[in-house]
Design a protein around this ligand. Structure first.
Ligand SMILES: Cc1ncc(COP(=O)(O)O)c(C=O)c1O
Length: 387
């Protein structure tokens, strides 16, 4: 039998870095010292307390049982308590919190919970692939809105076509934003909440980078704002905050009906994150105040070094207020994919072409602050030779 994938799957774009990984391996086999600034996956370690908590929990037989969607009650309580400490948001751990196997999982499953076939989900372009993938696989219709510098990389909500808005049920927003690094002012977030109220949309607010912020900036939770709880569900992740990308742990929080619907979808497709990992999540949230600032200082210092070196190398790099990326215009109007390919082939540097996360990202490339400063300096010097 020749397997033919379904129409929805066929309509999805290819893997953003298809071909790049293979090329990297070839270059490394030839002795090239490749610097990988492509993926948002830092070289840093999780907190010691988290590793110890996992080890301890793994020894307990009870942790090897099925987690189901309830998960570890202590993790739900730790999330609720952190939401209160960090944002002043009070949530019920039983009904307004849902542990996820990484936030990507929840973002991708949410459309299955709320869309009927043909319903529109409005999303940023470029944007994290889970929004598009989840929507298309749920037979929804994605409406991609380009994030442009002239709009401060915000979705211009009041300029969306009326018929699209009428058919829309879901709006994905992500600030601090990957890949553009933009942050959203509170006035914009208030408008987004009103917009969702006016048009009957659920707002999926992706806050994966809420804790990687610099110069005293403290990204808000959408749930801090009035009226949000009626229409919004927010997604958090331990991946970037604690250098735990591989551990697969995050959560959804907010509107009770949305949380319940997402939990129901998940009950048909997964059985929850390993309980010992959830116990480690309790330890992670417990050391937030003492550990996270030091980790953020590492990213801040890398940001400053990378911006300085990229500018010295002739690029228009500006310092972002948040996230672990720089979003830089591709010089000379070269397509971002061609530029990224040249960066790898000629200089052994992996960057993410802007168009890899959607055509709206064309004209830019992203570098991730995932390697030590000396490597960022070296990468910038090499990229300078491409100009
Ligand atoms: C914007 C955004 N949202 C969500 C995620 C997913 O994070 P995780 O599934 O590791 O929690 C990422 C990861 O890169 C991201 O960039």
């Amino acid at each position: 039998m020749t397997l033919r994938s379904g129409r929805a799957l066929r309509s999805l774009p290819g893997y953003p870095l298809a071909g790049f990984k293979e090329r990297r391996l070839e270059l490394e086999a030839d002795g090239v010292d490749v610097i990988d600034l492509g993926a948002g996956d830092a070289d840093l370690s999780p907190p010691r307390a988290v590793i110890d908590a996992l080890r301890g929990a793994a020894e307990e037989a009870a942790m090897s049982r099925y987690p189901f969607q309830v998960g570890l009650p202590a993790f739900r309580r730790a999330i609720a308590s952190w939401m209160e400490t960090r944002f002043g948001v009070t949530v019920d751990p039983g009904t307004e919190v849902l542990p996820l196997i990484g936030s990507k999982e929840g973002l991708a499953h949410l459309p299955h919970a709320v869309l009927d076939p043909g319903d529109v989900a409005i999303m940023p372009d470029p944007g994290y692939q889970a929004y598009l993938g989840g929507t298309v696989l749920a037979a929804g219709e994605p409406w991609l809105v380009p994030l442009r510098p002239e709009n401060d990389f915000l979705i211009p909500l009041d300029e969306l076509p009326r018929d699209v808005v009428t058919r829309a049920r879901l709006l994905f927003l992500n600030y601090p934003n990957n890949p553009t690094t933009a942050s959203a002012p509170e006035t914009y977030l208030r408008r987004a909440i009103d917009f969702c109220h006016e048009h009957g949309l659920l707002l999926a607010y992706d806050n994966a980078y809420s804790e990687i912020a610099f110069d005293g900036y403290r990204p808000p939770s959408i749930l801090e704002l009035e009226g949000a709880r009626d229409i919004a569900v927010e997604f958090h992740s331990l991946s970037k905050t604690y250098n735990m990308t591989g551990w697969r742990l995050g959560w959804a929080v907010g509107n009770r009906d949305a949380v319940a619907a997402l939990s129901r979808v998940k009950s048909f497709v997964d059985t929850g994150a390993f309980l010992a990992v959830q116990a480690a999540g309790v330890a992670a949230l417990g050391c937030w105040g003492s550990w996270v600032p030091g980790n953020v200082r590492v990213f801040e210092s890398r940001r400053d070094r990378a911006v300085a070196c990229m500018c010295a190398a002739g690029y228009e790099a500006t310092p972002p207020k948040a996230t672990m990326y720089l979003w830089i215009p591709v010089p000379g109007g070269e397509p971002s994919g061609d530029f990224a390919r040249r960066a790898l082939d000629q200089e052994g540097v992996m960057v993410l072409p802007g168009a890899a996360l959607g055509q709206g990202g064309e004209g830019f490339f992203r570098i991730a602050l995932t390697v030590p400063e000396a490597r960022l300096e070296e990468a910038a010097a090499r990229l300078g030779r491409l100009r």
